[in-house]
Write a protein that binds this ligand. Sequence first.
Ligand code: NAP
Length: 480
Amino acid sequence: MEKAEIGLIGLAVMGSNLALNIAEKGNRIAVFNRSPDKTDTFYAEAGDLQGKLVPCKSLEEFVEAIRPPRPVIIMVKAGDPVDELIATLRDYLSPGDIIIDAGNANFRDTIRRFEGLEDSGLTFIGMGVSGGEEGARHGPSIMVGGTEESWKRVEPVLTSIAAKFKDDPCVAWLGENGAGHFVKTIHNGIEYADMQMIAEIYGILRDGLGMSAAECSEIFGKWNEGRLNSYLIEISEAVLKANDPISGKPMVDLIVDAAGQKGTGKWSAIEAQNMGVPATAIEAAVAARSLSSFKTQREAAEKILGLPGQGAINPTDKAAFIADLEMALLAGKIGAYAQGFAVMAEASKEFGWSLPMPVIAKIWRAGCIIRSQFLDEITSAFTAMPDAANLIVTPAFATMVKDTDGPLRRVVSAAVMSGLPVPALASALGYFDSYRRGRGTANLIQAQRDFFGAHGFDRLDGVDKHHGPWGSGLADFQNA
Ligand code: NAP
């Protein structure tokens, strides 16, 4: 029988959709699942694509069905199952074969797995796949980390299944070992910030301007035709428009306001902190999800503390204020993406990846959850200035930051005065204000550190005296 071009293990939601996508693009694929009944069901429901599928009931059969060097995608539950499966596969695969973890892995685990296979002759690819179930089936954005040689083996199949932006496939090799999973993690961190800022603007429309879900939907719909055109704005419009079939009320009004999280947003924030790169919008978004889950505490606190501020926002010109909201959201997005790309630039240096910033922006333009017209603008900005210290100093984005400064400031001020929480939008404003200020206030912090810990400081005038005239610290000060 003709050998399969590739194999896939794990036929749950993501794996089965990815396998069908691979088959649909004309690639022969061997599939295996730990529980064999799922393989049977998957094959039975594959319809016309059955001819491209090789369903296997044992790992021997599975490995035998694939053309060497064998690329084997594993799409199983993240964490220990991945390690267990890699350990098992070592006994079945041959030198040169490639294990591809396409699940949501922490890139540090990917580096460990990559290194753990080095003595086996097998190679390892950590592959970030974004776009959920729909993306897996019809075209995800794919971020690949591994050796260049292993990438060459899988490039044709991955190119065939990736989402396309115009004709450009949204897949790229981004560097060795954990590069792909790291970029996917930051993608998810940005996604958290994007979603949080949209929710903050929704909060202003709902609680500040007293708008119904249907009215909010209409506004998001209009914005989706402009600068904010994106998948997340599109689904926000759809979600806000939907009514509950049982009560007939807007569905969104019946959903408990406690957001879940699986960890990738938190990983982004942790890695940003580890590298000393500010990612305040991502951190604010992760913290906001955590705070949202304290539902009972929040309800109790509202009874004790009451709601602050004036409550409603009564702008003199409502249409102008809504236009400000649109531009404030754009400004917030710029802050979040600037921070995410800055984290990746630092990680690239620290892990020796040479992450290609314009390419990353390019492969996020379609297929993934944060896909948007805006990413095309980021692609152009980084293509023109690949080594820019920060997205916001590229000419196009510097202009956007200046143009949206007024709206962001007015929206954050109005929300603050009305007691409406906008932690991510406010963090973006604070980031811009801090980043653009040549003379900040850390001189005082340096003096304090020197006072209590003799940490020393640099002087603006370059004079060679690096400690202040504060004697031996607090004791001298108190005795003076
Ligand atoms: P999942 O629910 O995370 O995992 C279920 C699959 O893992 C089943 O095929 C199961 O086999 C298999 N499995 C569990 N433990 C195993 C073990 N010890 N050995 C072998 N197989 C094992 O599936 P999923 O939702 O499709 O997600 C797969 C991966 O994609 C995860 O890393 C997830 O984080 C990531 N991801 C998911 C989404 C999404 O929207 N769902 C989006 C992007 C990325 P059995 O049938 O035998 O139990």
